[in-house]
Design a protein around this ligand. Structure first.
Ligand code: G16
Length: 453
């Protein structure tokens, strides 16, 4: 369940561990202690509490997950200050209120208020270290994971047809890490591929198991190079279309199962009627002869996906539900999902007809329709003459390898929604991606602009 915070441009779904109804916990003699089955939300919140505590005392903080001498089905958590002592008693009321907060708005409000009252500097704060330890109770492992959870969020745009996730902050830096449409696509693709592979395993059942499901992935020119490489490694069939869900949707509908996502978060999974009919029959056969077998479960999972995901264009809410279900099935955190591959640094700029910004970041052009692209918008080959050659020269292409910008790639395309030409660049470093994008924006100005102003 994901209560959401509404923002000016859309909605944020915050990963929020719900408190078990009717439960009220308090920080007692040795921290929080109770039946382990109701402690997930407590560990999640104590994990949050540890960060301002460490910032306040400017030192490392410890969380000990144990129920000491209590029965094995119990567990608990104590917060240890660097002196080795327990959490300072004047923080205990905050620990209690945080642990018993019923909704994410209240949780966020409590943290903000407390941090302000305690005069804890969070702007520009350095990362802090929290040490976690646990005893050998079997519940300990999942409670450690709950304490490690970060504000894992999902964001939908204003008409709720785009979905991206983001992690605040990442473990390795203070920056938000975007888990974009490419990663959502990869997650869906891995899951579906795995189920298809289980389903195709030989099983001694009468019926037709020789149907080869055609799974296809559809992307645009925008996916990060790392995502393209990853899908290639998985051995998936990937095709490309120009930007715009109308193109992707049409192409995806040609497969038995077609998965499409734009990096910007538009996407869904399509199932052909023919394949679904076959799958339903197969599921019944398996249920008759091999109920509960791995093959039967895989068939049921694929059917469930077809019912959960909205196959109409643009329903990010069904996307959120499917992401969450797959993560739960895999036992993955958002971090684990994000680590599937590491995005190459990228930069997008707009060259606009009415641009008033610095020439480096926005270029005035006479007419955006002067850029005509081909090969799913990866090449501005047709007009204006010479611009693609200039872009290739800037990227430093020699024998199809970007020698000037390692792992460099850059393309321009006219926007379909505003009066601008978009410039997309990626390279092995952020500086290189920025520099390539700026140089190509300058080329756009040279070929199509009013000249530098
Ligand atoms: C629309 C389309 C998207 C497409 C985007 C591109 O998004 O529905 O499929 O990715 O335009 O915009 P542009 O051509 O300006 O780069 P939305 O969210 O505006 O409906």
């Amino acid at each position: 369940i994901f209560p959401f915070l509404s923002t000016e441009f859309g909605f944020w779904f915050v990963n929020f561990e719900m408190l078990t109804p009717g439960v009220k916990l308090s920080y007692g003699t040795a921290g929080f202690r109770a039946d382990a089955s109701i402690l997930q939300s407590t560990l999640y919140r104590v994990g949050i509490l540890a960060a301002p505590r460490a910032l306040k005392i400017q030192s490392v903080i410890g969380l000990m997950i144990t129920a000491s001498h209590n029965k094995v089905s119990d567990n608990g958590v104590k917060v240890a200050d660097p002196s080795g002592g327990m959490l300072s008693q004047d923080w205990e009321p905050f620990a209690d209120t945080l642990t018993n907060a019923r909704d994410p708005q209240q949780l966020v409000h409590l943290i903000a208020e407390f941090v302000e009252n305690e005069k804890i500097a969070v702007d520009g704060a350095k990362s802090v270290e929290i040490l976690l330890a646990r005893d050998t109770r079997s519940s300990g492992e999942s409670l450690v994971e709950a304490a490690k959870q970060l504000f894992r969020c999902a964001s939908l745009d204003g008409d709720a047809d785009r979905l991206v996730y983001f992690i605040v902050p990442s473990r390795s830096s203070n920056k938000i890490e975007l888990v974009d449409g490419d990663k959502i696509l990869s997650l869906f693709a891995i899951f579906i591929k795995e189920q298809l592979s289980i389903l195709s395993k030989e099983i001694d059942v009468n019926g037709n198991n020789d149907y080869q499901c055609r799974l296809g992935i559809v992307q645009t020119a925008y996916p990060n190079g790392a995502s393209m490489d990853y899908l290639k490694q998985l051995g998936l069939e990937v095709t490309f279309t120009p930007t715009g869900v109308k193109y992707l949707h049409e192409k995806a509908a040609k497969y038995d199962i077609g998965i499409y996502f734009e990096a910007n978060g538009h996407g869904t999974i399509l199932f052909s009627e023919h394949y679904l009919r076959w799958l339903e029959t197969r599921t019944t056969e398996l249920a008759d002869a091999f109920k509960g077998s791995e093959q039967h479960k895989a068939a049921l999972r694929i059917l469930a996906v077809s019912e959960l995901i909205n196959q109409a264009v643009g329903d990010a809410l069904s996307g959120v539900l499917l992401v969450e279900v797959i993560l739960k099935h895999m036992g993955w955190s958002i971090q684990r999902w994000n680590e599937l591959y590491q995005d190459l640094p990228s930069r997008q700029l707009k060259a606009s007809f009415l641009g008033h910004l610095s020439i480096l970041w926005s270029v005035k052009v006479m007419d955006r329709t002067a850029v005509v692209t081909e090969n799913a918008e990866t090449v501005a080959a047709v007009t204006p003459p010479g611009i693609q050659e200039a872009i290739d020269a800037e990227t430093g292409f020699s024998l199809l390898i970007a020698v000037k910008y390692p792992r460099g790639r850059c393309f321009i395309r006219p926007s379909g929604t505003e009066d601008v030409i978009r410039v997309y660049a990626e390279a092995s470093t952020q500086n290189a991606a920025d520099s390539l994008a700026k140089s190509v924006a300058k080329l756009v100005d040279q070929f199509l602009g009013f000249g530098s102003s």
